[in-house]
Ligand binder design. Structure first.
Ligand code: ADP
Ligand code: MG
Length: 261
């Protein structure tokens, strides 16, 4: 159960958002939708469908060519960009930890940029949040596994206490078991901290198992929007059906193998 002591994460709204790169590539076209505060949304679609571009318009790593994006009803360009990014956690594939800095220093970098002192207790608390032993604060990043490094990346993203978490293929480079464990840990964090989470993934199974709501992108547009049950029962339309067919067929084949057929 989510702890209600935390205020919920903010809503995120896209209003007729488009993004054209170099006046030519139309990466995102006419996206209008609202993500409610506290939702865990998976953004799914083939490579090149515009997922990362859409996500990066929230923390202004990209600016829309048309339309507007707002968080909690406030346009993202109404606050200074550093202030905006402090309120938003951002985790991506192969998150770059600084190799010459200890894990604790890596976690604290957001606090330092915010002008806060590096507080050992706070670092220990952040490591605990991502289910790493506090002793890891003294390690160097190259003494961690890939999954542990991604956990440190999540801890670093949480250091400024953002209520909105953006994740771009956060587990893309991990083995399936680690990926599964970390996915569940992130979902628990979302519930516990009352976050709004938007996670990009190309893996429909991961989206179905973790998210409250799934958005399917194709050629820059949102072509399906619904909860996992809707996607599994054919209400997402052709594009969603094609993505759901992959894990469904795998589950079917595994079940037949198990039965010795
Ligand atoms: P996804 O994350 O779904 O793989 P992207 O948002 O990265 O998709 O890309 C969508 C489209 O925009 C692709 O055609 C890609 O080549 C193009 N694109 C992405 N980033 C840039 C960029 N910085 N400059 C030019 N084109 C880009
Ligand atoms: Mg991408």
């Amino acid at each position: 159960m989510p702890e209600q002591s935390y205020p919920r994460g903010p809503s995120v709204a896209f209003d007729r958002v488009g993004k054209t790169y170099d006046g030519a590539v139309r990466a995102v076209e006419d996206v209008t939708l609202t993500i409610a505060g506290g939702e865990f949304v998976a953004l799914v679609g083939a490579s090149g469908s515009g997922k990362s571009t859409l996500l990066k318009m929230i923390n202004r790593l990209h600016e829309p060519s048309s339309g507007s994006v707002s968080i909690g009803g406030e346009p993202v360009n109404s606050v200074p960009v550093h202030e905006l990014r402090r309120r938003i956690g951002y985790v991506f594939q192969n998150i770059g930890l600084f190799p010459h800095m200890r894990v604790g220093e890596n976690v604290a970098i957001g606090m330092r940029l915010k002008g806060e002192k590096q507080d050992e207790a706070r670092i220990a608390e952040l490591l605990e949040l991502v289910e790493l032993p506090r002793e890891f604060a003294a390690r160097m990043p190259d003494a961690l596994s890939g999954g542990q490094r991604q956990r440190v990346g999540v801890a670093r993203a949480l250091a400024t206490e953002p209520k909105l978490m953006l994740m771009d293929e956060p587990f893309g480079a991990l083995d399936p078991v680690t990926r599964d464990t970390l996915g569940q840990a992130v979902r628990r964090l979302h519930d516990r901290l009352g976050l709004t989470t938007i996670m990009v993934t190309h893996d429909m199974a991961e989206a179905l198992l973790l998210a409250d709501r799934i958005l399917v992108m194709e050629a820059g547009r949102i072509v399906a929007d619904g909860d996992p049950h809707a996607m599994l029962t054919g209400k997402g339309g052709a594009a969603a059906d094609a993505l759901v067919a992959v894990p469904r067929e795998q589950a079917h084949l595994l079940s037949r193998l198990e039965q010795g057929e």
